[in-house]
Ligand binder design. Structure first.
Ligand code: PLP
Length: 389
């Protein structure tokens, strides 16, 4: 386990030791229900509210604008279904072809229930087609849901500019910021978004906790009906230890943001530069400039991504081919297809995603083994022979 090198942080992250430490008391002595009147309840409620402040601070929001959920997917579901619940048969949804299934499948579900759906395309670098965005009608029954950063390529959409345009036309703006939060500055005071989804396990909190920012005054229909918890937006007794863990993770993310954008970015850049130089037929996927500092997505022509992953795994290196949610299927990911990557590149897309726990020697190891893996697999590739015939 010690020798394992983890470069799959867009799939999930190691829980920070400080987060575990912050959570532990709430599994033992501090087990009260935050809604209870007695000491046990009042005591833990204070910690839930501190966590809400910590999340709000990372986003530049007010604590009342933060609702705790079980994950990023739930937050995305609440944003889209909650909006359509209020706007009924007039609902229009505008999203993109490269969204995570948490948004894409929710939007398609709502389309099946009568909402009008438009999926905007991206160019070959994964940037949103602004011409399409500008030509699509937006009214006050429209929710535009665009991801802040793509989980596969790390490509960042110009959320500030897009949200301002939507607000200017009277529409509403949701962003799936699950991959952006904690990696790049996100400030809802400066960006006119109405809703934002985030997830704990992408920022060194555990799986099973998320949050949604809902701008003050915005009306949404809850997904869960029941008790009055979370201002009536999310019934169910609060998951106190995980909420406390998410709060701590947000505090740490704010503290480590500069490191993410300097040390982690420099390691990512070195990895990318060396792989592109040393591996024949290597190609970077996604815009070079508008990208998360921790993500490198590279294709190695004629090779199957799954085979690369297995060979990396034999060398103790964990990476990913496309989104973890689609692993197991040999279809190229919907993101690579949306970017129009040729078949021989789309199949070999390999994602390396770093975190603050990575060290230079992890990058050295990948740079050392990857050219050999590529040469070996390419010599076995049936696609190469076809081309040479
Ligand atoms: N949105 C994006 C961009 C993601 O990368 C993910 C997870 O991979 C999600 C949403 C879903 O988050 P969760 O796993 O917390 O449901």
């Amino acid at each position: 386990m010690e020798k394992q090198i983890y470069l799959d942080n867009n799939a999930t992250t190691q829980v920070a030791p400080e987060v575990i430490e912050a959570m532990l008391p709430f599994f033992s002595g501090q087990y009260g229900n935050p809604s209870s009147i007695h000491w046990f309840g009042g005591h833990v409620k204070k910690y839930v509210e501190t966590a809400r402040e910590q999340v709000a601070q990372l986003l530049g929001a007010s604590p009342e604008e933060i609702i705790f959920t079980s994950c990023g997917s739930e937050s995305d579901n609440l944003a889209l279904k909650g909006f359509c619940g209020v706007h009924g048969s007039f609902s229009r949804i505008i999203t993109s072809t490269v969204e995570h299934p948490a948004v894409r499948n929710t939007a398609r579900y709502l389309q099946g229930r009568g909402a009008l759906l438009t999926e905007l395309e991206v160019d070959s670098d994964g940037n949103l087609r602004i011409d399409q965005f500008d030509s699509v009608p937006v009214d006050n029954n429209t929710i535009v849901s665009l991801m802040w950063a793509n989980n596969e390529t790390g490509v960042i959409f110009p959320i500030s500019e897009l949200a301002a345009k939507v607000k200017g036309k009277g529409g509403f703006f949701h962003t799936d910021a699950v991959q952006a939060v904690g990696k790049i500055p996100v400030d809802v005071k400066k960006v006119p978004i109405d809703m934002l989804a985030l997830s704990g396990h992408k920022i060194h909190a555990p799986k099973g906790i998320g949050a949604i920012y809902i701008r003050k005054g915005l009306e949404l229909e809850p997904l869960l009906h029941g008790g009055h918890q979370e201002s009536g937006m999310r019934a169910g007794t609060e998951n106190v230890p995980y909420i406390v863990g998410l709060g701590k993770a947000c505090e740490l993310a704010l503290k480590h943001m500069d490191e993410e954008n300097t040390r982690v970015r420099a390691m990512r850049d070195r990895l990318e530069r060396e792989l592109l130089k040393r591996c024949a037929g290597a190609k970077l996927n996604g815009s070079r400039e508008m990208r998360l500092p921790n993500t490198a997505n590279i294709s190695f022509e004629f090779i199957e991504g799954e085979a690369i992953l297995l060979h990396l795994d034999e060398n103790g290196i964990a990476a990913s081919s496309g989104s973890a949610c689609t692993t197991g299927s040999l279809e190229p990911s919907h993101v690579m297809r949306a970017m129009g990557l040729p078949y021989t590149f789309a199949h070999s897309s390999t994602r390396f995603s770093l975190s603050r726990y990575n060290k230079e020697e992890h990058i050295d190891k990948v740079i050392e083994v990857m050219p050999g893996i590529v040469d070996k697999l390419r010599s076995l590739s049936p696609f190469v022979e076809k081309r040479n015939e």
